[in-house]
Write a protein that binds this ligand. Structure first.
Ligand code: ADP
Length: 594
């Protein structure tokens, strides 16, 4: 595959080559067709002219032959011989001879028939006029006297011409006169006049004796011809001269053929050949152009394909590089993830240890405080026993009992925190659960002077949950509210619930001090508490949150606008109130919570 200029040059060379070949072939073809068309046309012209010549030669010879034989025949007729006698007074038989002459001329259609005495005196003639001119008459009589056929071409003035044949009449072996027959060429010339070609006869003097063109008659050939041109209608035009000799008379019969069909045949052959060559040249040029365009197209296609291939190769290379770097990145990320997982595990471990530490600190504090109190009460009781003050001893023992109860309660709470959630989750009536929870919560509330209001709208709502654990939730929330309201007069805890679509929204609100905004996010964390030592360990809300999550629900805390805390619980609503889950199916009793 060459460069573009190289290809263009090749195309130019091809075109030049094609042009040279085309020009050569065209020239050969045109000249050959011109020549062959000319030859054909000439042959045609010659053939037709030749035919005319042959026919007219025959016609003329026929006419002359007819008249040639007439004088010898007549001169041998006894009735005609008898006319050539003078009577005693020397008078000729003029009248009888004239009748015979007229009869013969009429029958033979001769121009004239004349009888003459040897001295040239006219015995008789049929039409008259010619003989009197006397031109060539002596020769005719002389030849007849010699016993030969006399002949002479005669011009009779104007364009009147004739040919005369003479034969001698002999009486008793002596020359008694001559019979002369004048040939009429009028009919011959009239027949020739129908032909478009010039037909004429020249005699030995090159004088035109007969012609179908009246202007030519009795003219010298040299005035009518200039080289190959002949005088036609006042000007010289090229003609082909076909000649045949009439030996009898020493004449030449000519037919002039018009060669113009040859020229026009040549011209039309030349134009047809030229046009054909031009057409062939144009076709060849079109084919060449097309093939050039196809070559250029193929070249462009190849170049495009190559470019595409290169592009694909480059892209593939770039893609493999990207792929490699991606795999590397994946590897790096995998390692990073691995490290992250390890770090997370370590963090969880650390958090667990921290929670354990936090819990241990809280528990040890919770247990150490009553233990220290128990020790001091026991020590005092021992001393009271030594002194015999038994009343104080029993008082101290009662206090010790109270502290042990508190420690047992704390232990139970911790136990419930560690317990796994039960599997019994189903439709439970919310009103029943709240009522049961309030049975447990009300004594504390009463003692603290806090009122509890349950919205009657709660009736009829059924939620997805566990009966005991949902009760724990409400007991815990109400207990926290009571704790918060301990310093408040007119403390009120309100419990209400409503259904919103597939959810039941339950709220527990109080009019206490509320929760600080900074603490809202932390109150559900285990061991978060704001209460003093011995009053709380901060796992109540954490348990509540776990329980609600177990029911696929959610809980959030917020500050009420008018003061106080508001806990909102979202639980799945159950459309048809289902059978409540029996208390026995729950792992822990409500009392364990308080
Ligand atoms: P505890 O009661 O042992 O402190 P909880 O997890 O039950 O643990 O409560 C965590 C903290 O949430 C409490 O210490 C208290 O500060 C806050 N809290 C809970 N309920 C209320 C409420 N109704 N009003 C004000 N603060 C509350």
């Amino acid at each position: 595959m060459g460069s573009r200029p190289a290809i263009e040059q090749r195309f130019r060379l091809n075109r030049t080559g094609l042009f040279v070949v085309w020009a050569l072939v065209s020239a050969l073809l045109v000249s050959w067709s011109v020549r062959s068309a000319g030859e054909r046309a000439l042959a045609d012209v010659m053939q037709k002219a030749g035919e005319t010549l042959a026919v007219q030669t025959e016609t003329l010879s026929g006419v002359l032959d007819k008249y040639r034989l007439l004088p010898p025949l007549l001169s041998r007729q006894s009735s005609i011989r008898a006319l050539f006698v003078r009577d005693a007074e020397g008078n000729a038989q003029t009248l009888a001879a004239r009748r015979v002459a007229e009869e013969i001329a009429g029958m033979s259609a001769a121009l004239d028939v004349a009888f003459l005495f040897p001295d040239g005196e006219v015995l008789a003639y049929a039409r008259g006029g010619f003989v009197t001119s006397g031109e060539g008459l002596e020769d005719l009589i002389e030849t007849a006297r010699q016993g030969r056929l006399g002949r002479a071409a005669l011009s009779l003035g104007g364009d009147a011409r004739t040919y005369a044949f003479s034969s001698g009449v002999r009486r008793d072996g002596k020359f008694a006169g001559a019979v002369i027959v004048y040939v009429d060429f009028y009919r011959v010339e009239a027949a020739w006049a129908l032909s478009a070609r010039r037909i004429f006869v020249t005699d030995s003097d090159e004088t035109v004796f007969l012609a179908n063109d009246p202007a030519w008659r009795l003219k010298q050939m040299q005035t009518l011809r200039e080289g190959g041109d002949f005088l036609i209608n006042g000007r010289f035009e090229p003609r082909i001269d076909l000649t045949r000799r009439l030996p009898l008379l020493g004449w030449d019969l000519h037919v002039l053929a018009d060669p113009s069909p040859v020229a026009s045949a040549r011209l039309s052959a030349a134009s047809i050949a030229t046009l054909s060559c031009l057409l062939a040249g144009i076709l060849a040029l079109i084919v060449l152009r097309r093939s050039e365009a196809a070559i250029v197209r193929a070249r462009t296609d190849r170049a495009t394909a190559l470019r595409l291939e290169r592009l694909v190769r480059d892209r593939t290379r770039a893609l493999s590089v990207t792929n490699r770097s991606l795999s590397h990145e994946v590897e790096v990320r995998r390692e990073a993830e691995e490290r992250l997982r390890k770090t997370q595990a370590e963090l969880v471990q650390t958090a667990k240890l921290a929670a354990l530490g936090q819990m241990s600190a809280a528990l040890s504090h919770e247990f150490n405080q009553p233990l220290a109190a128990i020790r001091s009460y026991a020590d005092n009781a021992t001393r009271f026993l030594e002194r015999g003050a038994t009343d104080q001893v029993s008082g101290n023992l009662a206090r010790i009992n109270g502290l042990v109860d508190r420690m047992a309660e704390l232990s139970r709470t911790l136990l419930s925190f560690s317990r796994k959630p039960g599997a019994s989750i189903g439709p439970v009536p919310l009103a029943t659960i709240v009522d049961e929870a309030m049975l447990l919560a009300r004594p504390r509330a009463r003692a603290a002077g806090v009122a509890i209001q349950v919205d009657p709208g709660i009736a009829g709502l059924t939620v997805k949950g566990g009966r005991i654990r949902l009760g724990q939730v409400f007991v815990n929330l109400v207990n926290n509210a009571i704790d918060a309201l301990s310093q408040t007069s007119n403390g009120l805890v309100e419990i209400s619930a409503r259904q919103e679509g597939d959810w039941v929204i339950a709220t527990v609100m109080d009019n206490g001090p509320g929760i600080e905004t900074g603490e809202l996010s932390r109150i559900f964390d285990p061991f978060f508490t704001t209460k003093g030592v011995g009053e709380g360990i901060g796992i109540g809300l954490s348990i509540v949150d776990n329980i609600i999550r177990d029911f696929d629900g959610s809980i959030r805390a917020e500050k009420r606008s008018g003061g106080g805390a508001c806990f909102t619980i979202c639980l799945h609503a159950v459309a048809e109130p289902g059978k409540a889950v029996s208390p026995a199916s729950e792992p822990a009793g409500l009392d364990q919570m308080v």
